[in-house]
Design a protein around this ligand. Structure first.
Ligand SMILES: NC(=O)c1ccc[n+]([C@@H]2O[C@H](COP(=O)([O-])OP(=O)(O)OC[C@H]3O[C@@H](n4cnc5c(N)ncnc54)[C@H](O)[C@@H]3O)[C@@H](O)[C@H]2O)c1
Length: 467
């Protein structure tokens, strides 16, 4: 059997590496139009950082796992074609700011229709609005070489940072489709390492919608606990204690109840906005408003964190150095898409702070690119003033200590494990006094920092001054 996966990103790369790793007899070709990305997949420095990924890629690459820009050739050869391209929020025209931009999906479907021969199983791996398979099928119906197709939906539930363990032992694999034979072919691939009872099969539309719904539910839990964190700060309740207490209720459960500076990542916001757009499209105004609030609460939490920093630092951060520990949207990934750090950094720069950033996996080039994007206005213009802020007020550091040196405040933005073992006394010795710590992830030992001399602002706990 031959598999082709179009899109060598955070999903396509790890997912196909796992299939190749588990299925010796299947040749897996991951193709992309981005030649730099393909070159990186073929090099010693992969474009995606995930614990355990490098080992699996190196063990299978050029054996039964291949990365290439030869899109047409591998479409032609494959029995199963996964479409795993990006589906970002649309930035133009109808649905701007909410709807999923499906141009990359459509381009893939047209390419497949154009070059395919024989029978192919097309698998939607990208997260798509419900009923996209209808569009894909209509495009595939116009094929010059008499090819025939079955379209399946097989959304990916991996979480970045734990992608390889999620792929190796998924809670479930979901496959939606109409053709029992096509479904069984794909089931038989996953069944090499996933127990059959964990492979769920549904109709196409349930499968497409389940992915959007799952992300909306996960994000909703974070916004719910973040909403409670604001109330905790106003009432001297402690959000970690509240989360623990409510999470003990087996109907609620303990996962995804960690208050933080806000969720990030390429998926949650875009998928909820996509859900909101779909609800509006079907005239379900109240349903759309309900889900939209999850995103609004997340924006509020990010802005509230930056505002609290400014307020705590005597209502001005102008000319002050703020150490930002972590920039990725979560630990164990180099992905910064929609990271809360971007927005907090923007707000601090707007207040004319100097932001000293250290992240173990994110490059300065990526940080600059993110900041340029977030400062760029709707007409695609980056004001000279903002460009200057990015060039002159952002300092790239290669350790937490370097970032903290002479800082007026230290902010934890990403929950990297290495931050948990920082020495509070050492940091205290480096920063300006009074010393302030802002823990946007509630991962540090706040008492230890208080004892070292810091005043500590923690999400859902407020300002702790040790007295
Ligand atoms: N990142 C996650 O954690 C995650 C988890 C589950 C689902 N998803 C979904 O999976 C999909 C892919 O996400 P990602 O994070 O891997 O995106 P990504 O941006 O990392 O990768 C997408 C890749 O597709 C390539 N591409 C785009 N159009 C192409 C074309 N016409 N031909 C060939 N290649 C093309 C791009 O060059 C890019 O390398 C999205 O729909 C996303 O919502 C993502």
């Amino acid at each position: 059997m031959k598999i082709c996966c179009i899109g060598a990103g955070y999903v396509g790369g790890p997912t196909m590496a796992m299939i190749a790793h588990k299925c010796d007899d299947i040749d897996v070709h991951v193709v992309d139009i981005n030649s730099d990305r393909i070159a990186a997949w073929n090099s010693g420095t992969l474009p995606v950082y995930e614990p355990g990924l490098q080992e699996i890629v190196e063990a299978n690459r050029d054996r039964n796992l291949f990365f290439s820009t030869e899109v047409d050739a591998h479409i032609r050869d494959a029995d199963i074609i996964f479409i795993s391209v990006n589906t970002p929020t649309k930035q133009y025209g109808v649905g701007k700011g909410k709807a999923a931009d499906l141009k990359f999906i459509e381009l893939c479907a047209r390419r497949i229709a154009e070059v395919a021969v024989g029978h192919k199983i097309i698998v939607e791996k990208s997260t798509l609005p419900v009923r996209t398979a209808e569009t894909v099928k209509r495009i595939l119906a116009n094929t010059p070489h008499g090819a025939t197709f079955d379209v399946l939906s097989n959304p990916e539930f991996l979480a970045e940072g734990t992608a390889m363990t999620d792929l190796e032992a998924p809670d479930r694999v979901l496959i939606g489709g109409e053709s029992a034979a096509a479904i069984e072919t794909l089931v038989s691939v996953y069944a090499r390492w996933v127990a059959r009872e964990r492979i769920l099969t549904t109709n196409l539309w349930s499968s497409e919608l389940s992915k959007l719904a799952a992300n909306a539910f996960l994000a909703q839990r974070i916004s719910s606990i973040n909403a409670i964190s604001a109330l905790c700060e106003a009432t001297q309740a402690d959000v970690d204690e509240v989360a623990h207490a409510i999470g003990k209720d087996s109907r609620i459960g303990p996962k995804f109840l960690k208050a933080s500076v806000g969720f990030g990542g390429s998926c949650f916001q875009k998928d909820i906005l996509n859900l909101v757009y779909l609800c509006e499209h079907y005239g379900l105004t109240e349903v759309a408003e309900y889900w939209n609030q999850v995103v609004k609460m997340n924006d509020y939490q990010k802005a509230r964190f930056a505002r609290n920093m400014v307020k705590t630092l005597f209502n001005t951060v102008s000319g002050k150095r703020i150490a930002m520990l972590g920039y990725a949207f979560k630990k164990d990934t180099n992905d910064t898409r929609e990271s809360a750090a971007i927005y907090v950094c923007r707000d601090l720069l707007t207040e004319q702070a100097n932001v000293a950033i250290y992240d173990p996996k994110v490059t300065p080039a990526q940080i600059k690119a993110d900041l340029k994007t977030v400062f760029t206005n709707g007409n695609g213009e980056l004001a000279a003033r903002d460009r200057k802020l990015i060039e002159e007020n952002v300092i790239f550091c290669s350790s937490a200590q370097e970032a903290a040196k002479d800082a007026h405040g230290v902010a934890v933005m990403t929950e990297w494990d290495e931050f948990k073992t920082l020495d509070p006394a050492e940091l205290y010795g480096l920063v300006y006094k009074p010393a302030f710590l802002f823990d946007g992830r509630n991962i540090l030992d706040h008492n230890a920092y208080l004892q070292a001399g810091f005043e500590v602002y923690a999400i859902g706990k407020g300002l702790l001054d040790g007295e």
